[in-house]
Design a protein around this ligand. Sequence first.
Ligand SMILES: [Zn+2]
Ligand SMILES: [Zn+2]
Length: 59
Amino acid sequence: MIQYFCNDCNVPMETSECSICKKRTELSSTVYWCDKCNVPIYWDICLAVEKKGIMCLQI
Ligand SMILES: [Zn+2]
Ligand SMILES: [Zn+2]
């Protein structure tokens, strides 16, 4: 389960520290799903297709 998210790298993390930039990650409260790209997204709009994602997880 994805619990953290690095706002700088825009990647989900499993730890409270980003393994890429070593900064603190934030707890992701809501995860959306883009059915066009078939990827989880962390905004309600997928930036790739500019389409609203489906809310799929709320912690
Ligand atoms: Zn990072
Ligand atoms: Zn998308």
